[in-house]
Design a protein around this ligand. Structure first.
Ligand code: GLA
Length: 446
């Protein structure tokens, strides 16, 4: 018997990692949902803080609100538990046990509750000996834990990487993915594999990561501040040549949660996070108290036009295409396509702190929008329809400090329409009297 196990162990050890391929068919667009961590952290004090502690009640409440407050209707689907849901010890069968006080009904019951509301249920674990907050990790229990999640009807697993050797992740993450697959229950697999390797000075093998994970973290945890959001934007902008090509349907870079509606971001900054996350084809995982969120922040999270950019079926992650003197332009190719031309979402970000809006003027051509058939351009936050513009048209936007203007430019099919109809079809609101100058002499910032 022992020899058989040894033999099997050896076979498993030397199997090429590729036999574990994930192929679960999930996350064809970036996952959307609610995740506890950034807002509720590891609050286990249900005695003194029953409404905010990590407990089944919190997740039930958020499930109810995701549905009743219209988040589900615009695409938010997953209700995800993060760290601190576990007992400190496994049971006598070596299985994970949810905290008996805080999750008295157990995880299957919570998953059933979430499913009964038409949503999906996610859970958190860690590849190492412990989770980041010190609860039991999966090391040594990969198969049994995957089976446990399958038996609880889990739809999404975030596997963190604390208390683990980054060099073991190249084998461990695929192996756990394999066991998840073996359960027969398709589960989105969120990995922290690259970020821990990057911290350890390693170069992640993204070819393998793409094959085994539906999404993965590349950079620091988001915190409740504009500084944190900016550092994440900088990471993805500065490393775009490495990270952007890895993103696509079924496999996404994860710049971490949306913190919109919490304490740290202004209204402008919140709009910027939403816009840039959409440009990045990021998972949209809100971490906010849905009981108390103010309506203007809820409106940002529920902006259907920006969500449509994030969820664009092509799944091409956008890039920062311009950065100078505190002004950034980010661009993402999206549908529809016409001939060889993409449509685009374009975000203008003002990172200046000089207290007054900055004007940014640029031709579509300079942004890479060169279809001779033109583009229908609209603002995704303000109700402004620019009509159909030619590549030579110069657009001018006013961007508030730490704010954003995000436009969508849909390439137009050529209906033999040579005359751009922006000249006849203006919307009532037109702050752009100076804008439609056809000549361009480059980006300009007055
Ligand atoms: C790590 C992760 C966070 C969160 C915590 C929980 O820091 O990156 O997203 O899951 O662990 O302890």
């Amino acid at each position: 018997m022992c020899q058989l196990w040894l033999l099997l162990g050896a076979v498993i050890c030397f199997l090429p990692v590729s036999v574990y391929l994930l192929e679960n068919g999930l996350a064809r667009t970036p996952p959307m949902g609610w995740l506890a961590w950034e807002r509720f952290r590891c609050n286990t004090d249900c005695k003194n803080d029953p409404d905010n502690c990590i407990s089944e009640q919190l997740f039930r409440t958020m499930t109810d609100l995701v549905v009743s407050q219209g988040y589900a209707a615009v695409g938010y689907q997953y209700i995800n538990v993060d760290d601190c849901w576990l007992e400190k010890e496994r049971n006598i069968h070596g299985q994970l046990v949810p905290d008996r006080q805080r999750f008295p009904s157990g995880m299957k019951s919570l998953a059933d509750y979430v499913h009964a509301k038409g949503l999906k249920f996610g859970i958190y674990q860690d590849f190492g000996n412990y989770t980041c907050a010190g609860y039991p990790g999966i090391l040594g229990y990969l198969q049994v834990d995957a089976e446990t999640f399958g038996s609880w009807d889990v739809d999404y697993v975030k596997l963190d990487g604390c208390y683990a050797h980054p060099s073991e992740m190249d084998r461990g993450y695929p192996e756990f993915g394999y066991y998840l697959n073996q359960t027969g229950k398709a589960m989105v697999y969120s990995c922290s594999w690259p970020v821990y390797q990057i911290y350890a000075g390693m170069q992640p093998n993204y070819t393998a990561i793409i094959q085994h994970c539906n999404l993965w973290r590349n950079f620091d945890d988001i915190q409740d501040s504009w500084d944190s959001v900016q550092s994440i934007m900088d990471y993805y902008g500065n490393n775009q040549d490495t990270v952007v090509p890895n993103s696509g349907p079924g496999h996404w870079n994860d710049p971490d949660m949306l913190i919109i509606g919490n304490f740290g971001l202004s209204y402008e900054q919140s709009k910027t996070q939403m816009a840039i996350w959409a440009i990045l084809a990021a998972p949209l995982l809100m971490s906010v108290d849905l009981r108390t969120i103010r309506p203007e922040y809820k409106a940002i999270l529920q902006n259907k036009k920006i969500i449509a950019v994030d969820q664009d079926p092509l799944g091409i992650q956008g890039r920062r295409i311009y950065k100078h003197k505190g002004i950034e332009i980010w661009s993402r190719p999206i549908t529809p396509l016409y001939q060889n031309y993409f449509s685009y979402a374009i975000a203008f970000v003002n990172r200046r702190t000089d207290g007054t809006p900055s004007d940014v003027a640029v031709t579509l051509k300079e942004l890479g929008l060169v279809s001779p058939t033109g583009y229908r351009v609209e603002d995704l936050y303000e109700d402004v329809d620019y009509g159909v513009l030619t590549p030579q048209t110069k657009i001018k936007v006013k961007v508030n400090p730490s704010g954003v203007v995000i436009l969508r430019a849909d390439v137009q099919p050529d209906f033999n329409r040579r005359v751009p109809y922006y000249s006849t079809q203006r919307t009532p609101y037109n702050p752009l009297n100076q804008v439609f100058k056809v000549r361009s002499n480059g980006f300009s910032f007055p």
